[in-house]
Ligand binder design. Sequence first.
Ligand SMILES: [Zn+2]
Length: 246
Amino acid sequence: MTSTLPNENIRNFDDQITNKLISEIIRDRIKNSGKRFSANDNIADFINQGELEILEKEVASRIKDLLRSLVIDVENDHNTTETAERVSKMYLHEVFKGRYNQQPKVTSFPNDKNLDEIYTVGPISVRSACSHHLVPILGECWIGIKPGNKVIGLSKFARVADWVFSRPHIQEEAVMILADEIEKLCEPKGLGIIVKAQHYCMKWRGVKEPNTSMINSVVRGDFRHDLSLKQEFFELVKQQSATNNY
Ligand SMILES: [Zn+2]
């Protein structure tokens, strides 16, 4: 019989013969390309169509094993019989979707009117999880832009932020990764980002400090070199944090 399978499928077929788990197949592809696959990296380029569903089943079976190791009766406790499937779906398609899915489509436009005044967007919701304990990091973020040659729609900042934050993170790196992505998209002359978030590894466990938050920022380009511009950015953000409702 003549094979009409596309090359990609033939490669999958070879992989299946070796009886590897789908996570091993994906991991091998990443390693062979010399890329990283840390918790806050996006690995969507290495996942072929249809493989995320297979990965979802693998992760569910591992979570079921975890529940068994926690001595929870997943066979008879009606509250936990489908917990493994729910958690797997939640990780891959919701809270960590920024690892497994491509960046949302963002169209940039030429800055025809040569806009060069700074503007800020925020607050944008931050929903993430700490890489150390996999418990929530929840907060807000503000993005300041001094436009360059390209501009993007305001709502796109929130979409890209959601995609970046929906991975396990440490806050310091999340801000840098978001800054890198925004620079790639609209090449601003100046960029500033502030994130203020509460960490459930401090609220729910550990020192159990319910009201402590962490604020960090990154400033690049003109925001870094021009002190008055940097001050204007922080001043605009202060106004945005004070007036949430109109
Ligand atoms: Zn933590």
